[in-house]
Design a protein around this ligand. Structure first.
Ligand code: HEM
Length: 525
């Protein structure tokens, strides 16, 4: 029966797709005299456009885009099945779109049914279309998680997590010759964010489970055939069933925490029995603000499932990006021992011996900040920002950008441009110190864009300062406690690959040696 339905469906879908393609193709190649043409791009095949020309290359999309850029210039069109992608890659056009015409390019394109399942129908900061719902969710996230007062108030969470992190590294070094850094960083950052979100002491195995589920969701939501050919969606019933199972797993993992916290808050922070130990007073956790939020654009409060979506967004947006930045920075500190010693010298000069490193200490570590910025330039965690969409048909660089198109900003190219950066392929933190070619680079891109690891404009990462703090704090602590070296006989391999963020193909393994001063030292805050 399934097969019969599929055949019937394919026939209907093909006729619809051909009709749709004829209409779109004719409309876009014969623009009305007063409207601009679409940006240039490779000639596509009927119906599927450039989709299979790209899929058959079996290379990460970011490299294919680099090749097209060389042929078609800084703005070009790809027809991916029923979707039109406009790819933008020059600093001027990115600045024009995201900063000068900010509100116009601040929306998000339509999502596939699978992505809609995980975003509760676009009820999250990153997925909501530009409008009242997005504004109120984003405002709430900023005031509850990343305002300077909130960041200060979570210092104890970071300090506890850093101590556990260093203990875990010590245990790992005692057990193996080379420490695998990435899983430790992911676990620590995810634990910090989970505690900020739930106000609870989340057990380590629970954090690992969250990480696992979130990783599976990322894989499940990477673009697939039905994203480009929505007419084929019904043929992918199995995928949708798998996605529903995964959503169930996500809810089973996170709903107990949401519910336990709700009871805790409703009881005024009282000490009734709870499956989780609550460590923040009622009102201090991110979910507490979501319980009472009635976002603009919704006529009711958020459901528990929507709250799970919003918390998952914080955990996934903040974990991989920061852990990736730490891993790349540490790779360079292992390869460049002189730079590592300079960071060590700076940390020991600024932070008080035997005490935890504070946020104020980190602010005084100019070379460490330069090393992290240089890493974000040389290895931006993502080569694109999230997909954008225009709020209405508009024009960019003399070309038409339809409201229905996905606008992809290819940002990695900016930092590879030898016209903008001296010897861009080199990792040199000094370029971000006074007098260097990166000194005074504004990563928020207000006046112009030279690098944009956090995006720019309306959709810029709302938690860039928190992300930088996590990265710098962990690096400062790890370099203060240990000397990091390549394992004997091994040279770390800086080849990159794509796994949601752009990570090291072979994750960093390092031999770590306790620094003299930290032996037997009690760590107090
Ligand atoms: C080093 C760490 C981080 C990096 C490199 C990073 C990078 C980015 C980038 C490139 C974007 C997309 C901007 C765009 O679409 O134009 C983004 C958006 C976002 N990030 Fe981050 N991020 C980091 C840490 C965090 C953390 C810790 C959180 C949460 C606490 C977070 C939450 C978000 C959210 C909610 C959005 C969506 C914003 C919107 O659509 O309005 N990020 N981030």
């Amino acid at each position: 029966m399934d097969i019969f339905l599929d055949i019937l469906y394919i026939a209907a879908a093909l006729s619809l797709a051909v009709a749709w393609w004829r209409r779109c193709f004719t409309a876009s190649t014969t623009p009305a005299s007063n409207s601009a043409p679409l940006p240039p791009g490779p000639t596509g095949w009927p119906v599927v456009g450039n989709l299979f020309q790209i899929l058959l290359q079996r290379r990460p999309f970011m490299y294919i885009v680099g090749d097209f850029r060389r042929i078609y210039g800084p703005i070009f069109t790809l027809r991916m099945g029923q979707r039109t992608l406009v790819v933008v890659s020059s600093p001027d056009l990115i600045h024009e779109a995201l900063v000068r015409k900010g509100p116009l390019f601040a929306s998000r394109p339509p999502d596939s049914p699978i992505r809609l399942l995980f975003s509760s129908g676009k009820c999250s900061v990153n997925s909501a279309p530009y409008g009242p719902l997005w504004r109120s969710l984003r405002r709430n996230l900023v005031s509850e998680i990343v305002s300077p007062a909130r960041v200060r108030s979570f210092a104890w969470i970071r300090s506890r997590a850093v101590k556990l992190h260093l203990d875990r590294l010590r245990a790992s070094a005692a057990a193996t010759a080379a420490v695998d850094l990435m899983p430790h960083c992911r676990l620590t950052i995810c634990s910090i964010l989970a505690c900020i979100c739930f106000g609870a002491e989340v057990p380590e195995d629970k954090v690992r489970e969250m990480e696992e589920v979130l990783k599976d969701i990322m894989m499940m939501t990477t673009p697939k055939l039905p994203d480009f050919l929505p007419v084929l969606t019904p043929l992918f019933r199995r995928q949708l069933r798998e996605a529903r199972k995964l959503r169930r797993r996500q809810l089973d993992c996170l709903l107990p925490l949401v519910r336990a916290r709700r009871v805790f808050v409703e009881e005024g922070g009282g000490g009734g029995p709870s499956p989780f130990k609550m460590v923040s007073p009622a009102g201090d956790a991110y979910v507490d603000s979501l319980f009472k939020l009635q976002p603009e654009g919704k006529s009711r409060r958020l459901s528990d499932e929507e709250i799970v979506t919003l918390v998952s967004e914080v955990l996934s947006a903040g974990t991989d990006t920061s852990a990736t930045a730490i891993e790349w920075t540490m790779l360079h500190l292992v390869l460049d021992q002189r730079a590592q010693e300079r960071v060590y010298g700076e940390v020991t000069a600024v932070a008080e011996q035997g005490k935890g490193i504070t946020e104020e200490d980190v602010e005084k570590m100019g070379f460490l900040a330069a090393a992290v910025k240089e890493t974000l330039r040389r290895h931006p965690p993502s080569h694109f920002v999230l997909s954008h969409a225009a709020t209405r048909d508009t024009v960019l660089g003399g070309y038409k950008v339809p409201a229905a198109a996905s606008v992809e900003f290819y940002t990695a190219w900016l930092t590879e441009d030898p016209e903008v950066w001296e010897r861009p392929e080199e990792w040199r933190p000094e370029r971000f110190m006074e007098g260097g070619d990166g000194w005074e680079t504004d990563v928020t891109g207000t006046k112009g864009v030279r690098m944009m690891p956090f995006g720019v404009g309306r959709r810029i990462c709302p938690a860039a300062t928190l992300g930088m703090l996590h990265v710098q704090l962990l690096l400062a602590n790890m370099v203060r406690e240990f000397r990091w070296e390549a394992p004997p006989g091994e040279v770390p391999d800086p080849t990159e690959t794509f796994a949601f963020t752009v990570v090291m193909k072979k994750s960093l393994k390092a031999a770590i040696f306790e620094r003299e001063h930290s032996k037997d030292q009690l760590f107090t805050t």
